[in-house]
Design a binder for this molecule. Structure first.
Ligand SMILES: Nc1ncnc2c1ncn2[C@@H]1O[C@H](COP(=O)(O)OP(=O)(O)OP(=O)(O)O)[C@@H](O)[C@H]1O
Length: 299
């Protein structure tokens, strides 16, 4: 047995050990865990004449939870599409597991990376269970047979997200919040190692926003998923994410912990607003209050 093989830890994804080299079944390759899971190196993206993203460099370690924030049009979704491999860079590179992301097949990528959009699922008449089962697509052969334990996984996911009772209901008979929970169940059934979310809470009320983020948090802790979430709500980002990357006009405007990044100065510079930062009473994490530009006199 080679030294490298000795160092490899064949671990279930639920109980990854973080020493030496290891084989993660979802990656199908040996992974050197001393290296970042994803490396964005001078990434740029041009659409025709328009430079949507310019010279972004960024490293994502396994198990990280990153929030990506920035004004409208600053390149957040573009960056997410580059990470997902659905768009290719015009300059620079994106490496996953040390390999250029373009070198992976679509199916290999979908075993590693799942993407959830802001309106995760349209209101169609498919039953909840069928939709969640679609998350198993990357594990199905051409006959539609699941190479894993698909049915059990779908049952477990439905249970974990409190969807078992809704399993036979068509999606178009669910509320937006319930539909987004089904969208999360579908990506959980996909068993990705990396989850990319594009404004997943936009259409949810505050209760469902919080519930959605808590579900993500629990899932991440259990399975050590790596999460990158584009979020417009800076307060949610600060409470849930370990790190924040801010974009402005297609370029990185800073990255760091919520404490480091969520300062009045940074927020003013990035978003062109006049904020007042306060500490969350439960844990001291910075939270943002907006100041009006023109205060009307109140009686
Ligand atoms: N397919 C495309 N073709 C042409 N231009 C595009 C395309 N996708 C994005 N853009 C442009 O690239 C810039 C960045 O867009 P992107 O959607 O990445 O921003 P964003 O930060 O996600 O914005 P928002 O917060 O409004 O969703 C914008 O100016 C947008 O108009």
């Amino acid at each position: 047995m080679s030294k490298d093989t000795n160092q490899m830890v064949h671990a279930n994804r639920n109980e990854l050990k973080f020493t030496g080299k290891q084989a993660d079944p979802s990656f199908n390759v040996q992974r050197d865990i001393s290296k970042p899971l994803m490396e964005v190196d001078g990434a740029g993206k041009r659409y025709g004449e328009h430079q949507a993203l310019n010279g972004v460099s960024w490293q994502i370690a396994e198990g990280d939870w990153w929030g990506v924030v920035g004004p409208n049009g600053s390149g957040k979704s573009t960056l997410l599409q580059l990470l997902a491999g659905t768009e290719s860079v015009s300059e620079g590179s994106i490496r996953l597991n040390g390999r250029n992301i373009t070198s992976y097949s679509r199916k290999d990528l979908s075993r590693m990376i799942a993407v959830l959009q802001q309106d995760g699922l349209p209101a169609i008449s498919y039953p909840v269970r069928d939709v969640v089962e679609m998350g198993r697509y990357p594990y199905q052969n051409w006959l539609g047979r699941d190479s894993g334990d698909g049915e059990k996984i779908v049952d477990r996911v439905l249970e974990e997200l409190g969807l078992s009772e809704l399993a036979d209901r068509p999606l178009d008979a669910l509320s937006g919040g319930q539909r987004q929970r089904v969208a999360l169940a579908k990506v959980m059934a996909q068993e990705p190692s990396i989850l990319l979310l594009d404004e997943p809470t936009t259409f949810l009320d505050i209760r469902y926003q919080l519930q959605f983020m808590e579900l993500l948090s629990t899932w991440r802790q259990r399975n050590r998923i790596t999460i990158v979430a584009v979020l417009h709500d800076l307060n949610l980002a600060a409470q849930f994410c370990d790190h924040i990357l801010a974009l402005k006009e297609g370029e990185s405007a800073g990255s760091g912990t919520p404490h480091a990044l969520m300062t009045e100065e940074h927020i003013r510079e990035i978003f062109q607003v006049n904020p007042a930062m306060v500490k969350h009473p439960d844990h001291g994490i910075p939270q943002l209050l907006l100041r009006r530009e023109h205060e009307e006199p109140k009686n």
